[in-house]
Design a protein around this ligand. Sequence first.
Ligand code: AVJ
Length: 311
Amino acid sequence: MGQFLQDVLKDLGSVPKRLSSKYFYDEYGDKLFQQIMNCEEYYPTDCELEIFKGHAPELAAVLRNGLDDFDLIEMGAGDATKSSYLLQELVQQKATFTYMPIDISSGMIRHLEKVLPERISGLKVLGLNGEYFDMLAHAYRLSSKRKVIMFLGGNIGNFEKADAYDFCRKLRSYLQPGDLVLAGFDLKKHPAVIRAAYNDQQGLTRAFNLNLLNRINRELDGNFIPGQFDHYPSYDPDSGSCKSYLISLKDQEVHVSGKKILFKENEYIYMEISQKYSLEETEKMASAVGFKPFMHFQDRRKWFLDTIWLA
Ligand code: AVJ
């Protein structure tokens, strides 16, 4: 049985029901996420891009930390739009480094290895296709150079807070003293701004969530009727957790690969968390897992944080 099916059956068999947002990103989900990033209400991408465009020289200087040779590793590089500004700047400063994007998509890695050195001449790219920590260990076997790890886009927000601590503690355990982390966090702000970003007028976020039911239908022989589920986004300013749910609109029976799943009217499926932090909370997390919070970069509205931690 494939991992996707195994996870879906376990998650829909649990109480309360849930699904994992890591499965949002099939071909159609990737397209929807691109559209979300371009829509009026969704601010995090614009904020982080503003930071990378506006502070590239300072970011580059801090990450170089002198003039030594280093490996710049990006976890979940995607199309590397944001990091390109930093890469460009580092090459311009004549820094000696290798850019090592890690991504689960082999197509994306091949694309980056081809396209980036064309766009940024002189850039050394070594793509690592696989899971974050497997590839991180691999990078340490490949070279003993100082490591700078980037984890951008507020992807850390897709972990529950306790899981984010575990992730960062694990990350710390792989690193050597002197290594750096550059992590992106979406910050707490006016709750209405956050809620709007996860409940856009065009219904893109709704479609993004419902697409997972369609994906299950397509890939796992499911028979969800997406019209019988409602998208319910919520944001709690106290905890900072922004969560999305799908609500069953009636008592219904769904089959996935021959397995029966029962839904009560108004029963929910917990789909995604996008945890928001205060700046102080990120510092607390860094210290708790053994990093020294070193430097903060923010956009002019102070809605997003790219923070540097020292191992
Ligand atoms: C890709 C995890 C940063 O949580 O803001 C966008 C995904 N979900 N709209 C986020 C997402 C709904 C996004 N991240």
